[in-house]
Design a protein around this ligand. Structure first.
Ligand code: PEP
Ligand code: CO
Length: 481
């Protein structure tokens, strides 16, 4: 790839940069990281890319979810299991609803770095750096704790590795086994109409499992385990650079033609070198809404990666700007290489998404369209607590589905901030959490997350939208014949 190297980002303007006091300590942390083994392999990364190609073509759905800010403390058995189970349950509901395979991507094992709207904040009269995520500084409200500490980058790797190790072990040991009874946790659904709808879905899933058991299909490995890919925002480029390595493409990978060409020229031989740069810190990395400038450091870094990548797009993204960006990160228009993660807000999506869809359709790019109904719907309560309303989250998702449908496009997935814990951070949902109730278990270190019940409820409601859509199509079909 022309003029690209894992360090070429350093000559570009950068947003959300972290200033460290001691550069020798930074270098010692980075040189340690450069020697450590990859967390994921090109084989797995390419598997995800192939799955995302199917999503882009409308043959699968992608569910991505996890904490806004993962903490080193979340690296424990209970929290990892709770999150994995929740993603598995949600994906099963969505498979039922959308009638398509679901690609699961967790925001886990590395979702530490956070972009902030202001580099400093004042707490109890003391001004100090804002919390930038556990890989950068500590959350405690003291100037000492908030000082960026390069050794945290090394800790980030080891916490990611321990989390991923347990995630992989839990999956191979049967946590995703469809034959174990699932606790659907629907006791909180209060309206009889919704409860009835949910019971119907659960019965259908249970029936299907029973049928598979009867005919012996559940002996297949496919029902014993599931794949979960990892992802995080690729914000700390020093860190990501350490894990970006020139590795052999696995068989069946489709490296872009210019990668082959470039490496052939460099080696001065006629045989292509089947290698590419893989960021092995996670399967999928995404660029945040605050760092996606076309000429900026993050886009420069991302354009050289062989991984699939996400790009957050909000109301400030122009139509032409979006296409320029796609041309830079995906010049060969590889299908499903890019996930466009839209996050406008329930009251703005109708103003921006149609324009973005039309521009992309006209450009010939075929990305995955994913709706993040969280980040455009953050608001503060009168007492200053950051929250999100379930109705707004649901409304943005529903609008995304409808807008895509009427534009001849389709929504490929959703991107949620959620946790398997019974936190009280988002308002609403069947359990009727109110603003007054938020203080009960408000634990996030960044944005408010859906709790387990809210997340499951949302999955049921989205599954319901797909079912309704299908029924409508069947009705239209039967009118014609
Ligand atoms: C996030 O996903 O936590 C985030 C910061 O999102 P965005 O870049 O869309 O604001
Ligand atoms: Co967030």
């Amino acid at each position: 790839m022309a003029d690209w190297s894992p360090t070429s980002w350093t000559s570009k303007p950068i947003k959300q940069d972290v200033t460290y006091d001691d550069l020798a300590e930074v270098e010692s942390a980075l040189s340690k990281l450069r020697k450590l083994p990859p967390l994921v392999t090109p084989h797995e990364i390419v598997e995800l890319k192939k799955s995302l190609r199917n999503v882009a073509l409308g043959k699968a759905f992608v569910l991505q979810g996890g904490d806004c800010a993962e903490l080193f403390d979340y690296c424990n058995q209970d929290m990892i299991e709770a999150k994995v189970k929740l993603l598995l349950q949600m994906s099963l509901i969505l498979i039922w609803g959308a009638n398509k395979p679901v690609v699961r991507i967790a925001r886990i094992a590395g979702q530490f770095a956070k972009p902030r709207s202001s580099p400093n904040e004042t707490i109890n009269g003391v001004t100090m750096p804002s919390f930038r995520g556990d890989n950068i500084n500590g959350f405690d409200a003291t100037p000492e704790a908030r000082k960026p500490d390069p050794s945290r980058l090394v800790s980030a790797y080891f916490h990611s590795a321990a989390t991923l190790n347990y995630l992989r072990a839990a999956l191979t040991s049967g946590i995703a086994d469809l034959r174990t009874p699932l606790d659907w946790g629907l006791g909180h659904i209060i309206t009889p109409a919704i409860k009835q709808k949910y019971t119907k879905i659960v019965n259908a899933v249970t029936d299907a499992l029973r049928f598979m058991h009867t005919v012996g299909l559940d002996q297949d490995r496919g029902v014993q385990t599931a794949e979960i890919f990892t992802s995080h925002e690729g914000l700390s480029l020093e860190y990501e650079q350490c894990f970006t390595r020139l590795l052999r493409h696995p068989p069946g990978a489709l490296p872009s033609p210019d990668q082959y060409q470039e490496q052939t020229i460099r080696r001065g031989s006629s045989a292509p070198t089947p290698k590419g740069y893989y960021d092995t810190s996670a399967h999928l990395l995404w660029i945040g809404d605050r760092t996606r400038q076309v000429n900026g450091a993050h886009v420069e870094f991302f354009r050289g990666l062989s991984n699939p990548i996400g790009i957050k797009i909000g109301p400030s993204m122009g139509n032409t700007e979006l296409i320029n960006l796609l041309d830079v990160v995906n010049p060969n228009k590889e299908i499903g290489k890019v996930i466009l993660i839209s996050r406008y807000g329930a009251d703005k999506i109708a103003d921006f998404l149609p324009g973005h869809i039309h521009a992309v359709q006209a450009s010939g790019h075929l990305p995955v369209w994913q709706c993040d109904p969280m980040h455009g719907n953050t608001q503060s309560t009168p007492s200053g607590v950051k929250t999100r309303h379930f109705t707004n989250i649901l409304s943005e998702l529903k609008q995304a589905l409808e807008i895509h449908r009427s534009a001849g496009s389709f929504l490929g997935g959703m991107h949620l901030e959620l946790t398997g814990e019974a936190v009280t951070e988002c308002v609403g949902g069947g359990a009727g959490l109110t603003e007054e109730g938020l203080s009960e278990r408000y634990e996030t270190f960044c944005d408010p997350r859906l709790n387990e019940k809210q997340a499951l409820e949302l999955a049921f409601l989205v599954a319901g939208f797909y079912r309704e859509e299908e029924e409508e199509e069947e009705l239209i079909g039967s009118d014609i014949h």
